[in-house]
Write a protein that binds this ligand. Structure first.
Ligand code: URP
Ligand code: ZN
Ligand code: ZN
Length: 473
């Protein structure tokens, strides 16, 4: 099956230009002017932009967490991703205690393979490192799981010590793999949380007050320094604040191979949102911080201290005692109500896989904070380069997978649960107006989203074996 997208304006990380784009089967066959249609179906994209599909490098679908499970699985999360212009994501496999890395990856394949509707890869979060597991790391890289995550927070569950982090850095650098860190000082946070709870300080704002920005800055600098000692590349996930940005800038200025990501929500929200009556909706870690930090993040993606914008999509219901309808069926998952008036028991995480590109288009590009090309770079091209998917994914070029978004810059939408495909009962951007949305979304040449119509199917998405030695940007 061939598809010719005619008269559009192509936007890549480096260029904006009028061109036609021919899809043949799963691949982009040609980019050029006045391409002949032949037997191809023709789509007129006059007045529209043509973007590479978004890549969300940080998601948690079907993740068991905080006594429940993230409410989007590998089908519903993929449907939501596609409607938001994201055609590929990388999810975190979590190694259970005592598990081998291969067992952990196998568990995640069981969750995903028959449900996937868009393409996806895996990072691997190590929570229990012994010598056998250490020796398994290079084989994971060879098998296409080329990035590891280490949690420096969540004491007593996911958190690892510095020995584990350092060993993982050395081993993965040898194997051409990339270590990612959740950088917060979990020990200090644990003391602060216990103290707050003992004093009856239980409202959601205490989630932020017990996880201060210095705890993120300290862990970020520690990880940057250990990467320097190991001579290893490092990627800091979900950076939230000016102080952490400073540590990444410090390492980069000294020639270290340090990169960083922020997530959409950290550009907009603050501790003030946690103070709302429904503040539990904003409980994620690290926490939303201050308006000055929001601004510092806009600056950091502009000046390239941070190289990617992801979502950390990890949705929980706000009120998991009530059903909602999804694809005509009632669904219900325990969620934020598990906090029961105690911030330390609220499941950590927020939805956003569908919201990222439209929100960044309106509030980033539309407000002059970034160019269209930088949006594509942050949301599509850089994640592909860093995580070993480029040039198969992340750009519009002959030979690349035909992951293509026809973007209508004039399409308006009121964000919210009613217009969203994320399987959760709230939306962080409820009632926000956006201008600029995907109109058609192709994954490897298949039209998955056509306006309001969904053509995706469970099992049609492909798991991606990623390359080692991704780019250090
Ligand atoms: O609150 C969050 N971010 N939940 C997901 C797990 C993580 O730390 O990334
Ligand atoms: Zn994290
Ligand atoms: Zn995460």
């Amino acid at each position: 099956m061939k598809t010719l997208i005619r008269n559009g304006t192509l936007v890549t990380a480096s260029d904006t230009y009028p061109a036609d784009l021919l899809i043949d089967g799963e691949k982009i066959a040609l980019v050029g002017t006045d391409l002949p249609a032949g037997d191809a179906r023709v789509i007129d994209a006059k007045g529209k932009f043509v973007l590479p599909g978004g890549i969300d490098a940080h998601t948690h679908l079907d993740l068991p967490f905080g006594g429940t499970v993230a409410s989007d699985d590998f089908y519903t999360g993929h449907k939501a991703a596609a409607f938001g212009g994201t055609t590929c994501h990388i999810d975190f496999v979590i190694q259970g205690k005592g598990e081998t890395l291969h067992q952990a990856v196998e568990n995640w394949h069981k969750k995903s393979d028959r449900k996937a509707a868009v393409d996806y890869g895996f990072h691997l979060a190590i929570t229990d490192l012994n010598d056998k597991v250490l020796d398994e790391i290079p084989s994971m890289g060879r098998e296409g799981v080329t990035s590891l995550k280490l949690f420096m927070a969540y004491k007593g569950s996911l958190q690892v010590d510095d020995t584990t982090l350092f060993k993982a850095l050395v081993k993965s650098a040898d194997a051409g793999m990339l270590v990612m860190v959740h950088a917060e000082n979990g020990d200090a946070i644990d003391v602060l949380v216990k103290d707050a709870v003992s004093k009856g300080r239980l409202t959601p704002e205490w989630h932020a007050l017990t996880r201060p920005d210095w705890a993120e800055a300290e862990a970020t600098m520690r990880a940057v320094s250990l990467a320097g000692v190991a001579g290893a590349p490092l990627y800091v996930v979900h950076v939230t604040c000016a102080k952490a940005v400073d540590q990444i800038a410090y390492g980069r200025a000294r020639g270290l191979k340090v990169m960083g990501e922020t997530c959409t929500q950290y550009f907009f929200f603050s501790v003030d949102d946690l103070r709302r009556p429904d503040g539990a909706k904003w409980v994620c870690s690290p926490p939303v911080r201050s308006h000055a930090d929001n601004e510092a993040l806009w600056a950091a993606v502009k000046n390239d201290t941070l190289q990617t914008v992801a979502t950390d999509h990890c949705p929980f219901f706000f009120d998991g005692t009530r059903e909602m309808m999804y694809e005509g069926k009632p669904v219900k998952f325990a969620g934020k109500e598990l906090g029961g008036g105690n911030f330390s028991k609220i499941p950590n995480g927020v939805p956003g896989i569908e919201d990222r590109m439209p929100i960044l288009w309106t509030h980033g590009v539309g407000k002059g904070r970034m160019s269209m090309n930088r949006l594509v770079e942050l949301c599509c091209t850089n994640p592909a380069k860093i995580f070993g998917l480029y040039p198969r994914k992340g750009t519009l070029a002959a030979g690349a997978d035909a992951d293509v978004v026809i973007w209508d810059p004039n399409l308006r939408r009121k964000m919210g649960v009613q217009t969203s495909h994320q399987r959760t009962d709230y939306n962080l951007y409820e009632g926000w107006d956006v201008t600029g949305m995907p109109e058609k979304v192709f994954v490897r040449g298949r039209l998955l989203v056509d306006g309001e119509t969904w053509h995706g199917e469970p099992g049609s998405g492909a798991w991606l074996k990623r390359s080692t030695n991704g780019a250090v940007l």
